[in-house]
Design a protein around this ligand. Structure first.
Ligand code: ZN
Length: 411
């Protein structure tokens, strides 16, 4: 069982230890030490990284990168997964562990911030934290509640940051589970243990935890709450602490500044500008639709005039290289409503298409004709007796397809 040095001192970034065992493949050698300050992934907090330095003699030493740290729950050993050959380190070696201090400080800020945040939710709204996750970008807690309002989020964020500004002492204490129950510990773990490690934020929160924490709340820096979302077990609250909060606020500001520059406005005016632009787009789309309807109306009248008449029905066969499916559908409707007509229309463009339509009551079957046509083209399509649409491989084949279909109508 590895003696966990971080248990008593989260600020210990360098230590000496003896190698107890080395195991695993060359690409994933894991080293067990008699004592370690490296934190293994557990309790929602992710592992430390750093280096193990193996001192061979006064002049030579090897530096092995620690890229993952896990724990063997059965033996209590901490496994340091290092890069490089397994032969580089052997049982009995004395090594010097060096922890990546920047990453450790970040984890301490996030994890201690989580304690403050969870306590604030509980104190203000009696919302218990059921789980905690620390990611590379942000952290989340899941609260056992049906909903959290924006007003509640603001109040919790405010209280949490006040506790940070008050720079309260954060101390490590040990107690038996029975003792802990009388001390008002926020959440006592289910697993039976002789001794619980308690994190005591003076006069604010007392909770059982094995993670690395700051020495006083001021070292958390700040807490910034982000989005919330409904999850199976309640509401998930995303947050960032310390330097991550600053980096996140900086990125938000830069993104907003980019958007504001595009609109030539101040960042606070961006939502208003977006709403205005959306309204303008909607109005322009409406105007364009009206114009296209007018064009379709005029075109329908002129096409009907010049279309040959057979057996009391006008046959319109027309290809539009520059129009789209919406337009030829609109035109087909106008043609078949204006008189007794069969319209075999096609368009080119990005999505070459066919529309076959007839005035209701005429005896052709547009759906069947479309099925036959798309089968020849190797595309898909269909419809009912009066209206059908389908695809074409390209504009040229769409154009020849309506000429072929017209021969079947003419029979
Ligand atoms: Zn903790």
């Amino acid at each position: 069982m590895t003696d966990r040095l971080y248990y008593n001192d989260s600020f210990l970034n360098e230590f000496e230890a003896r190698v107890l065992a080395v195991a695993g493949a060359p690409a994933a050698t894991s080293v067990v030490l008699d004592r370690s300050a490296f934190y293994p992934t557990s309790g929602g907090q992710v592992f430390d990284t750093g280096w193990l330095e193996v001192v061979a003699d006064a002049n030579t030493s090897k530096r092995l990168r620690v890229r993952d740290v896990t724990e063997d729950e059965q033996t209590g050993d901490v496994l340091h997964v290092v890069e490089g050959e397994s032969s580089a380190v052997q049982a009995g070696d004395v090594v010097r562990g060096v922890i990546d201090g920047e990453r450790r400080r970040d984890h301490m800020q996030q994890h201690s911030g989580q304690h403050v945040l969870s306590a604030a939710f509980e104190k203000l709204y009696d919302m218990a934290t059921v789980s905690f996750h620390m990611g590379d970008e942000n952290c989340t807690i899941d609260l056992a509640t049906g909903s959290v309002s924006p007003k509640q989020l603001l109040a919790v964020e405010r209280l949490a940051n006040e506790v940070i500004a008050e720079d309260r002492r954060v101390e490590i204490r040990f107690a038996t589970p029975d003792e802990a129950r009388t001390m008002g510990v926020r959440k006592i773990p289910a697993a039976e243990r002789e001794n619980l490690r308690l994190i005591d934020i003076r006069d604010f929160d007392l909770n059982a935890c094995g993670g690395t924490h700051v020495g006083s709340t001021g070292q958390i820096g700040s807490i910034l709450l982000r989005k919330t979302e409904k999850v199976k077990q309640g509401v998930r609250v995303e947050f960032v602490c310390g330097l991550r909060a600053v980096a996140t606020a900086r990125r938000d500001f830069e993104t907003l500044t980019d958007a504001a520059t595009l609109f030539s406005t101040h960042i606070w005016e961006v939502p208003q500008q977006i709403r205005k632009t959306q309204d303008e787009i909607k109005a322009a789309q409406k105007a364009q639709h009206r114009l296209l309807e007018e064009v379709a109306e005029l075109q329908a009248a002129s096409l009907l005039q010049s279309a040959p008449e057979r057996g009391g029905q006008n046959l319109v066969v027309q290809y539009f290289a520059e129009r789209n499916l919406d337009f030829i559908k609109m035109l087909a409707q106008k043609l078949t409503k204006a008189g007794k007509a069969v319209a075999l229309l096609a368009c080119g463009g990005a999505q070459p298409s066919l529309v076959f339509a007839q005035t209701t009551g005429l005896s052709n079957d547009m759906g069947a004709l479309m099925k036959q046509t798309v089968q020849t083209l190797g595309t898909r399509g269909g419809g009912n007796r009066d209206m059908a649409q389908g695809g074409a491989p390209d504009g040229d084949r769409a154009e020849s397809a309506i000429v072929e279909a017209a021969k079947l109508i003419a029979r």
